[in-house]
Ligand binder design. Structure first.
Ligand code: ADP
Length: 212
């Protein structure tokens, strides 16, 4: 099963995509996590991507497409995968379609959250080096220094600073949101899920929609 999780930054795509991938036994492929890893390792790709990501702009299509096509060729992805953060432009969606045919996907899960809630979430979001996500209002946010799941230090992503969030929301609206119409035109199954509420119930809604 090839699935896409789509939605504005801060909608909870990463959190939900990780859980659903675990439930389905397929890999969670998050281009943002892969790029952050490239930045922290200082690879060629990371050096090119770093400043772009800090501004909240998109890394050039050719670089991201090459990275993603390489990733989906791994053995663990032969039975399917969940894409999180890719495609983010029509050109990326077309590359996926060229690779897999027939729209490129079996279904898309669109997580819907209004922009006021998004700003609240992103400004309080903290992450660890392994991509576990926290919110400063979360009861698990105890010492605020180490991840309670893996012990890695917790930090605020530079692109989560308030000054950058507005740009990311504009980029989403202008370049990524049109993918909803693109996949609609392709006849790809779309599940629109309300992303506000208890995270466990949201996971359950997504699982229910995918079982249909
Ligand atoms: P979020 O969904 O919270 O905005 P991500 O972790 O998915 O964050 O992405 C962080 C940043 O990584 C993006 O703002 C962008 O600069 C870069 N990025 C991730 N995926 C892509 C992509 N498919 N195309 C271009 N840039 C990307």
């Amino acid at each position: 099963m090839r699935l896409l999780f789509l939605g504005p930054p801060g909608a909870g795509k990463g959190t939900q995509a990780k859980r659903v991938a675990g439930n389905l036994g397929i890999p969670h492929i998050a281009t943002g996590d892969m790029l952050r890893q490239a930045v922290s390792e200082g690879t060629d790709l990371g050096l090119k991507a770093r400043a772009i990501m800090e501004r909240g702009d998109l890394v050039p299509d050719d670089l991201v497409i090459a990275m993603l096509l390489d990733r989906v060729a791994h053995d663990d992805a032969t039975d399917g995968f969940i894409l999180d953060g890719f495609p983010r432009t029509i050109a990326q969606a077309e590359a996926l379609e060229d690779r897999f045919g027939d729209g490129g996907l079996d279904a898309a899960v669109v997580i819907d959250v209004d922009s006021e809630e998004i700003v609240r979430r992103i400004s309080g979001r903290r992450v660890c080096g392994n991509g576990h996500v926290f919110h400063v209002d979360d009861p698990r946010w105890v010492d605020g220094e180490k991840c309670d799941q893996c012990g890695e230090p917790i930090y605020q992503r530079e692109d989560d600073y308030a000054s950058t969030v507005r740009n990311r929301l504009n980029v989403y609206r202008d370049l990524t949101e049109p993918l909803i119409a693109f996949y609609g035109d392709q006849g790809t199954t779309m599940h629109v899920i309300d992303g506000v509420g208890d995270p466990d119930s949201i996971t359950e809604s997504i699982m229910t929609a995918l079982r249909q």
